[in-house]
Design a protein around this ligand. Structure first.
Ligand SMILES: *Cc1c(COP(=O)(O)O)cnc(C)c1O
Length: 220
């Protein structure tokens, strides 16, 4: 099926309150343009340089989401235009985003990536670190970031009940911390393989790549 066809099919399955990030990492500008023409406006990338090149080449009403692990020394390159950073997994990174947002005279929306998967390899903040950060005076002084919600990735497994359990845990944290942070509204969870489970567990934003653009070819 075509990119437009895939997009249409997925959109029909998403409840009204769930927004779709089309994950275009490794895909060419032409593929993004095709999705754009089919009405898609939110795209997700995981490398700052690649995202910046695409931002320069494509229409300016696209909202660019950084969904990957972010190196602090590269935040400055996306600070002028990034619309939402999903993978904020440390206080240090959040402070750097605040600093770069300030330089650009803007406020940058962020999601905190929480660790929910069993696997050690997944990035994310632990709950203790999160609580400590929220209580610190330093955090209160960050006026150029807005914590819009949480992001999480489930364990890569064929066991749907395990995935559901991890997403449910994230949703519980989301509900708890929403009471303390008034800006919280986004729960980013679910990718091509598990977005239906994520939606059942309360996701409000799914990040879908291969089901829209086809498999990625890293060898190229
Ligand atoms: C690549 C990626 C996705 C999309 O993965 P698909 O399986 O292609 O849908 C979603 N979230 C993150 C953080 C990613 O790196």
């Amino acid at each position: 099926m075509s990119i437009a066809g895939n997009l249409q099919k997925i959109k029909q399955e998403l409840p009204g309150q769930v927004s779709l990030v089309a994950v275009s990492k490794t895909k060419p500008v032409e593929a993004i343009q095709e999705a754009y023409e089919a009405g898609q406006r939110i795209f997700g990338e995981n490398k700052i340089q690649e995202m910046t090149e695409k931002w320069e080449a494509l229409p300016k009403d696209i909202q660019w989401h950084m969904i990957g692990h972010v190196q602090r020394n590269k935040v400055k390159y996306m600070a002028p235009y990034v619309s939402l950073i999903h993978g904020v997994d440390s206080f240090k990174l959040l402070k750097e985003i605040d600093k770069q947002a300030h330089k650009n005279e803007r406020v940058i929306d962020c999601l905190l990536q929480l660790k929910i998967a069993e696997e050690d390899s997944k990035f994310g903040m632990g709950i203790d670190a999160l609580k400590k950060m929220l209580l610190s005076a330093e955090f209160q002084q960050l006026t150029h970031i807005r914590i819009k919600g949480f992001m999480g990735m489930a364990t890569l497994t064929s066991d749907d009940s395990q995935i559901a359990k991890e997403f449910k845990e994230l949703k519980t944290y989301f509900d708890t911390f929403s009471g303390e942070l008034s800006t919280m509204e986004i729960l980013s969870m679910g990718m091509s393989a598990d977005y239906k489970i994520a939606i059942d567990q309360g996701s409000t934003m799914v990040r879908i790549g291969s089901a829209i653009f086809g498999e990625r070819n890293y060898a190229k």
